[in-house]
Design a protein around this ligand. Structure first.
Ligand SMILES: *Cc1c(COP(=O)(O)O)cnc(C)c1O
Length: 213
């Protein structure tokens, strides 16, 4: 598995280099896979690991805590405030800050934490992310709370990869207007379009570690 993941990661990185000169961080998403797969991704050189569920991340982080290389854990899922406490001290970058109450809780449990503000790119309720019009105010609020706002995050609109492009463009424009460096956008299905539109972090699961059970 380590060889297979390493080979896929090499191919993905090569493809990204064909598309851009910018550095793009590959976040390996192992949600729905056991800790052994996360360990394989780490051994394959994927130091940035993404998880969507607190109840999965906490035991995985514990399982990987004693290795030679410390993973950087990215939390990429919908987040309930009551899960923040368990994740503080584990998460390196919180991708899914999409409301005031969540920002308050992250600032309380993990002062000065690095965060991304998530916006809804598809107008689909229930998938997380604030209305794009609310982004400037939420970024300002996070800063007031002492959080280190590194950038914006979004999930591409469903459909073909091209269907995701307008949303990615919007995210890139907004990040530029707000002077933010990081753009977390693009998954297995739409990562090329995301890189073309300025992604600095791509979150890749299936294309790296195979389908989830
Ligand atoms: C699961 C997930 C990913 C990875 O999805 P793949 O299609 O398997 O690459 C990326 N981002 C978010 C927010 C996810 O929930």
């Amino acid at each position: 598995m380590v060889e297979l993941v390493a080979e896929r990661a090499d191919r993905l990185r090569a493809r990204i280099r064909e598309l851009t000169d910018r550095p793009v961080t590959l976040v390996a998403v192992t949600k729905g896979h056991p800790p052994e797969i996360a360990a394989a991704a780490l051994a394959a050189g994927c130091v940035d690991l993404g998880e969507s569920y607190a109840q999965e991340l906490v035991p995985k982080a514990a399982a990987l805590a004693d290795g030679d290389v410390a993973p950087r854990w990215h939390f990429i899922g919908r987040l309930q405030s009551n899960k923040v406490r368990a994740l503080a001290g584990i998460v390196t970058l919180w991708h899914t800050i999409d409301r005031d109450s969540l920002a308050v809780e992250v600032a309380r449990r993990s002062p000065g934490a690095s965060v991304l503000v998530q916006l809804d790119l598809a107008g689909l309720p229930g998938r997380g992310g604030c209305d794009p019009a609310e982004v400037p105010a939420l970024v300002g609020r996070c800063r007031e709370l002492g959080l280190d706002v590194r950038g914006l995050m979004g999930v591409g609109a469903p459909g073909t990869p091209e269907d995701a492009r307008p949303g990615f463009r919007l995210l890139d424009d907004l990040a530029g207007e707000l002077g933010l460096d990081e753009r977390s956008m693009g998954m297995s299905g739409d990562l090329e379009v995301a890189v073309e539109q300025g992604a600095t972090l791509v979150r890749v699961g299936t294309a790296l570690v195979g389908p989830r059970s």
